[in-house]
Design a protein around this ligand. Structure first.
Ligand code: NDP
Length: 287
């Protein structure tokens, strides 16, 4: 039979996870601070525990999907975790994950941290492109791999329990800058007679075409040679920045999303690295 799972936390994400495991035939025991949120899932076959203690006692595999690390601690503070496999799918920092791992191990549990790279509608949908990053106990991951792969793809990124959060936050940080770029691009065109429904796929196509840039940066950092394979050099790009800024001015758009990165490009150029791309900015960011 399928492995029993206890899931603590029935927000939008926890509810989607519960539905995916129920649909796959796993016995699921649920607990949520606000009990009403478990009711629809009870009708779908889930067992609803009256307390955290009852929920944790019901399965060897205990999954948390709560607001933040503080709520995980609040919920599990008095739980008996001895012999349990704890999988924390709550988003947090690498430091929080490492501390939670040590905390769980002191209580006799194996620990795996997860970073969910998906939104709730992608959970349980084959081919949605969503996946979950995992780090911490590899034996736990291997033993429960099939169960962990039910909601979305399961990718193990290291025995350091902080690595799932590190990868998760690195990807989200890059996404944040992408969203900033999209906001600036729309600010430039939206008051003109530009059909936004045509502009949007053009923007998506361009960002997709340029996204392979990450591979070149990785090769530069690994080799230490930041000029290798550079087709657009820093001197050219910094000259181009003047056109980007002047266009923002013509279109009466604030350059505030662009200038922090452009300032770093200029500093690297002034340090004598005209033949590089933008990889040197990584060095300038190190504190
Ligand atoms: P919600 O805000 O929908 O749900 C939060 C959950 O945490 C609820 O079950 C809530 O209980 C519970 N909770 C909050 N504080 C406490 C507390 N002090 N004690 C006990 N329970 C508490 O969040 P999501 O379900 O969307 O997200 C859950 C986790 O999943 C987060 O870490 C989020 O970052 C992550 N995630 C979410 C994604 C998304 O798109 N939604 C995408 C990727 C990751 P109650 O019902 O009682 O309020």
């Amino acid at each position: 039979g399928k492995r029993p799972i206890t899931l603590l936390g029935l927000g939008d994400m926890g509810t989607a996870l519960a539905r995916a495991w129920l649909a796959a035939g796993h016995p699921v025991t649920l607990w949520n601070r606000t009990p009403g949120r478990a009711e629809p899932l009870a009708a779908e076959g889930a067992a609803v525990a009256a307390s955290v203690a009852d929920a944790v006692a019901a399965s060897d595999l205990v999954v948390t999907c709560l607001l933040d690390d503080a709520s995980v601690l609040a919920v599990l503070a008095d739980a008996d975790l001895a012999g349990k496999d704890l999988v924390d799918l709550t988003t947090g920092t690498p430091g929080q994950a490492r501390a939670r791992a040590a905390w769980a191990e002191e209580r006799g549990a194996r620990f795996l941290d997860g970073g969910i790279m998906a939104v709730p509608p992608m959970i349980g949908v084959a081919g949605s492109g969503g996946y979950v990053l995992y780090s911490g106990s590899r034996p736990l991951f291997e033993e429960h791999r099939a169960t962990l792969a039910v909601p979305a793809g399961a990718t193990f990124v290291g025995a350091d329990p902080g690595f799932a959060a590190l990868h998760d936050v690195a990807l989200l940080s890059a996404m944040t800058a992408m969203m900033a770029g999209i906001a600036h691009a729309f600010a430039l065109v939206r008051d003109e007679d530009v059909p936004l429904k045509d502009f949007a796929p053009m923007l998506t196509g361009w960002l997709t075409a340029m996204a392979g840039y990450a591979r070149g940066v990785a090769e530069h950092l690994e080799s230490g040679d930041y000029t290798r394979g550079v087709t657009s050099n820093l001197a050219m790009m910094v000259r181009g920045n003047a056109t980007l800024l002047r266009t923002a001015e013509e279109q009466r758009v604030s350059p505030e999303l662009l200038t922090p990165f452009m300032d770093l490009m200029r500093r690297r150029l002034d340090d004598g690295h005209a033949d590089e791309g933008t990889t040197g900015v990584v060095d300038l960011l190190a504190r």
